[in-house]
Write a protein that binds this ligand. Structure first.
Ligand SMILES: Nc1ncnc2c1ncn2[C@@H]1O[C@H](COP(=O)(O)OP(=O)(O)OP(=O)(O)O)[C@@H](O)[C@H]1O
Length: 589
């Protein structure tokens, strides 16, 4: 299976490169031309020796040869320069296309498939594997042509001078290629382990850095560093193993490349003594015929890089082959949402939700309440098609969400998660989120989200850099930035997983105002962790016992649903409850 994949790796890479492949092909042609020019110094050397032995070497002849040398060296330099330029342009453009393809694909993947893969694994593909393609396309491919074609051209030329000696000069090559094939095979056999180990290293670095707060808070530096250290140790032992497995072959490879002299000097001497070759030819083969094969030596390193590149292609292909959410129908005009006989299980064994049936009218605002772990977040994720239902259907305007073009579905639904996610860019970029919005439009959204005043009080205002995932902002501020983003997106359906972390009262009032502005004129589903938010909604859906038991207006629900009535009572009691602490114990007053 892997062998078949390797055969197609290069052509697949060229397919991904699109029109940029022509830049890469051009760089290969120029590398070939450069290697042709590389013969010039040897040719001049041969001619000088030949003329010197024959006694015909004069200044005119020497100058002519020098000019030939300079011209060919100049052509070689130009060819190399332009080849490097084209190969880099082609490689970086191709990398850009491959990264876009992977990003597009990841965005369409079901969350279930994404959850199965570690962040480190995906990061490793996005960074290291794709980066290896650059190394291969921009450097290794032209070099491969250069290192391979140089000796080929040299052999052809030597062959035209003396067939027997030329054939003897490449005799070691036969053994060199056999050894190289073994080396390539041995190295490639480690590829899966190299990828897995690099993925683990990448995850443990991310975990170590992202969990820095926790590490400090619980003084876990030694134990958490252990995981990272283990990953490094694994890399070390893996590379030691690879070195041990390939070192004898590499030694044989180097020795064989230097072996040309073994055959050439005795055979050349015999031919000279018997008058079959001139002194010039003998010297040419003695010096050049034994040397030109050593130019192949970097091929070994290139073959390792080729393994990395092919492995990178396979890893990218593995991601691109994962089935995505598609759909062919347009997003409907009508935004009524109906949830029909829905059953859902994450693992195919335990049902998180079953027999769920209810409808949400266009522009209606529904709060979803229920015990922790009951399935509220799962329900809203099904509506936004982060996962596909296991049974039943979710329809918008009468169309199954599975049939709606996935990109359009995402464009028409805004989702705000409990954990506000900010990217590294500026505040402007975080609110605009790729939309071509003016600063005024961004500010208007931020005003409605009650965050404009705060942003304008910052020294760099909307150009303020958000830093590492918004680390410099409070939870409430981050949430309002996300609300501004959703207001600007202006999608007709809004799904909001309300943050559990109770903001301070002042912040909470601001967030509530922002939510009210956000929800105006939209179909809204809001997971209400604070029951207070239910007063802002038309109806409340209760998730209990793996299903939605009731969907009613607040007042009606209070009289009909025992679970909700009790929760509401507890919520109000908690709001008015006062505590006092005596000697470390808390007392209800
Ligand atoms: N990605 C997942 N894979 C497997 N099980 C999951 C996954 N996400 C959630 N679950 C499980 O599904 C159940 C419902 O989780 P869900 O997050 O929907 O509950 P919730 O009502 O939103 O909880 P909370 O109010 O605490 O946020 C839980 O038992 C949870 O452990």
């Amino acid at each position: 299976m892997r062998n078949k994949r390797n055969q197609n790796g290069f052509s697949l890479l060229m397919k991904w490169a699109g029109r940029n492949r022509f830049l890469i092909y051009a760089s290969v042609v120029l590398a070939l031309l450069s290697s042709l020019c590389g013969i010039a110094p040897y040719y001049v050397f041969y001619k000088v020796i030949d003329a010197a032995v024959a006694g015909t070497l004069d200044v005119h002849y020497a100058v002519r040869l020098a000019i030939i040398l300079v011209v060919f060296v100049a052509i070689r330099v130009v060819c190399n320069g332009v080849a490097a330029l084209l190969s880099h342009k082609g490689a970086y453009n191709s990398l850009y296309l491959v990264r876009c393809m992977v990003c597009d694909h990841l965005a369409k993947l079901p969350m279930g498939i994404l959850n199965e893969r570690s962040l480190g694994e995906i990061k490793c593909v996005m960074n290291e594997s794709i980066e290896k393609l650059e190394l291969f396309l921009a450097h290794n491919l032209p070099e491969l042509v250069l290192y391979l074609s140089g000796p080929v051209v040299m052999f052809i030329w030597l062959f035209t001078i003396n067939r027997i000696l030329a054939l003897l000069s490449i005799l070691p090559l036969f053994f060199v290629f056999i050894v190289m094939m073994f080396m390539f095979k041995k190295f490639f056999a480690f590829m899966d382990r190299i990828s897995a180990s690099s993925g683990t290293l990448s995850s443990s670095v991310s975990e170590y850095i992202n969990g820095m707060k926790l590490i400090k808070a619980y003084n876990m530096s030694v134990s958490s560093f252990r995981k990272y250290a283990n990953a490094i140790e694994d890399q070390f032992s893996m590379w030691s193993l690879i070195s041990k497995a390939t070192a004898p072959l590499y030694a044989a490879y180097v020795i064989l490349l230097e072996c040309g002299i073994l055959f050439l000097v005795p055979a050349g001497g015999w031919l000279y003594v018997h008058g079959h070759v001139s002194a010039g030819i003998l010297l040419l083969f003695a010096f050049i015929g034994t040397q030109y094969l050593t130019e192949i030596r970097p091929l070994q390193e290139l073959s390792n890089n080729l393994s990395f590149a092919l492995n990178g292609v396979n890893q990218v292909r593995d991601i691109l082959e994962l089935p995505t959410f598609e759909g062919t129908k347009e997003f409907p005009e009508n935004h009524d949402i109906s949830i029909e006989n829905v059953r859902f299980s994450y693992d195919g064994k335990v049902n998180v939700l079953e027999d769920v049936n209810f409808t949400i009218k266009e522009n209606e605002q529904i709060a979803v309440v229920g015990a922790s772990g009951g399935g509220k977040t799962t329900l809203i994720q099904l509506i936004a098609r982060f996962y596909d239902v296991s049974e039943g259907a979710i329809k918008i305007g009468g169309i199954n969400v599975k049939d709606i073009r996935y990109e359009e579905l995402l464009q028409n639904i805004s989702v705000i998660f409990q954990n506000a996610f900010l990217t590294r860019g500026s505040l402007y970029e975080n609110i605009a989120m790729g939309k071509n919005a003016t600063l005024e439009e961004v500010r208007n959204a931020a005003k409605l989200a009650q965050i404009d005043d705060f942003i304008m009080s910052l020294p760099d205002k909307y150009d303020t850099s958000v830093g590492n995932f918004g680390g410099r902002f409070s939870g409430g501020q981050k949430q309002r930035i996300c609300i501004a983003r959703a207001i600007l997106k202006n999608a007709p359906i809004l799904i909001l997983d309300e943050a559990t972390s109770a903001a301070d009262p002042e912040n909470q009032v601001e967030i509530d105002k922002a939510i009210v502005n956000l929800c105006e004129g939209k179909t809204v589903i809001i997971v209400a962790h604070r029951l207070g938010i239910t007063t802002l909604c038309n109806r409340v859906a209760v998730v209990e016992k793996h299903t939605v038991s009731d969907v009613l207006p607040l007042e009606e629900l209070l009289s009909k649903n025992a679970y909700f009535a009790k929760s509401w009572q507890d919520y109000n009691a908690a709001r008015t409850m006062k505590y006092s602490a005596k000697r470390g114990d808390f007392y209800e007053q």
